[in-house]
Design a protein around this ligand. Structure first.
Ligand SMILES: Nc1ncnc2c1ncn2[C@@H]1O[C@H](COP(=O)(O)OP(=O)(O)OP(=O)(O)O)[C@@H](O)[C@H]1O
Ligand SMILES: [Mg+2]
Length: 392
């Protein structure tokens, strides 16, 4: 996958002369050490990460861990103290003011928690705002803003003033403004945090839906781990200005790697987070003949018989497998099996355990790629991650 945004050894010290603090950090000093010895606040301490094109990349961490500082460094609302920020191959840190302004207008859009809408301008003009800054002619920007309002479900509100909208709707206008610019990078800093839970869940669904067609590269900042899990393709977790863990949502839950990260994962509903593909047992051929193969793996019990295209024909029991091994013909097959696509959430896949003698996992074209075993699924859902992290 192509990398859209790459951050390399980024430091931010809030000081006019950060050199001494940087030297200390590079020698292993912490944010607290630097504050004590120099009086300077460290925002970012050697952060490196890569955001693939089209990713929904989550930045997570407690208050004060440096999430907003990182977001603001990306378009240099905060001036980085050291390091590089590569947008495709351009180092944003090296850009002079005119080129930087161009990047801010055309490549990167931001959505904040409390979006600053122009109070005396109707919704449509608020959405057009970014396009106006870009110098898009009036007719073209009105048309574009209209389209985007349609997308976020606010077309009928185009002529209303911001105060006539609810908080959730205003946030939607903020999102529409960011989307209207066509920037390929969207930075959303706690964009949904001020919304009440129901509206917030709706906005999350909306964003997921939009992302399927827009395919932007989104840097999404949140202190809510559930939100990160729901939206994220990758999650970076920050603490004290440092990036302490980075990976897919599933890998972070199974291997938090530290107590700090494990604390976020404690209340995670694993049955909803993991899918059949992540929890399946792989299969190996036991008996193979012209036109069919017996595939087995994991627990003893019935095994799958598949055709030459790896599509499931049925099940055979252990005694029948022995007979097949001895060269007997294929018996009538047991049809009491179920198959689920690899993307099925465990919570849904597990429902088959009640009725099926075996649950297979299939790929997009219906080939058997593994099976689910009740014991292993339960372990996956219930057990804690590695590294001694405890989960309730
Ligand atoms: N303009 C500033 N001047 C001095 N220190 C700052 C400035 N902005 C942020 N900081 C400090 O940088 C650190 C990181 O702050 P930041 O706002 O990035 O945290 P955050 O993770 O976004 O927190 P929150 O979840 O509360 O939004 C904090 O210690 C903060 O005090
Ligand atoms: Mg913040």
């Amino acid at each position: 996958m192509t990398e859209r945004l790459k951050i390399e050894h980024l430091y931010k010290v809030f000081a006019a002369r950060p050199e001494r603090a940087l030297d200390m950090l590079r020698c292993g000093a912490t944010k607290a050490d630097v504050l004590r010895d120099t009086g300077h606040v460290v925002g970012l301490d050697d952060v490196s990460l890569s955001v693939p094109a089209g990713a929904m990349y989550m930045i997570m961490g407690l208050s004060g861990s440096g999430k907003s500082t990182l977001a603001r460094c990306v378009n240099r609302l905060n001036e980085p103290s050291a390091g590089r920020i590569l947008l495709d191959d351009t180092d944003l840190c090296a850009l002079a003011e005119p080129a930087l302004r161009d990047v801010r207008r055309k490549r990167i859009s931001m959505v904040f928690q409390h979006f600053a809408l122009l109070p005396n301008r109707p919704v449509i003009e608020n959405v057009e705002f970014g396009l106006k800054l870009r110098g898009v002619p009036a007719a073209a920007r009105r048309q574009r803003a209209g389209q985007v309002l349609e997308v976020v479900g606010l077309a009928r509100w185009a002529d209303k003033l911001p105060h006539e909208l609810s908080g959730g709707m205003r946030q939607r206008v903020g999102l529409a403004r960011a989307l209207a610019t066509d920037a390929d990078i969207l930075i959303m800093d706690e964009a949904f945090s001020a919304l009440d839970p129901l509206i917030r869940a709706e906005m999350q669904d909306e964003l997921l839906r939009l992302q399927r067609t827009l395919n932007k590269t989104i840097l999404f900042i949140t202190h809510d781990f559930q939100e990160a899990l729901k939206l994220g393709t990758r999650i970076a977790i920050m603490s004290e200005g440092r990036l302490v863990r980075e990976g897919t949502p599933q890998s972070i839950v199974t291997e938090p790697g530290s107590d700090y990260v494990a604390a976020f994962t404690r209340d995670v509903d694993r049955a909803r987070l993991f899918n059949a593909g992540a929890s399946m047992t792989s299969l190996a051929p036991l008996v193979q003949r012209d036109g069919w193969t017996v595939l087995a793996g994991g627990e003893p019990g019935p095994a799958f018989v598949v055709d030459a295209d790896a599509r499931v024909l049925g099940l055979v029991g252990p005694a029948q497998i022995d007979a097949l091994r001895d060269g007997l013909a294929l018996p009538p097959l047991d049809a009491a099996f179920a198959c689920v696509p690899a993307a099925t959430r465990l919570v849904d896949a597990a429902a088959h355990f009640g009725t099926a003698r075996a649950v297979g996992v299939i790929d997009e074209v219906g080939r058997l790629v593994g099976r689910l075993e009740a014991g292993r699924v339960l372990a996956h859902i219930g057990a804690g991650g590695a590294n001694g992290a405890k989960h309730v």
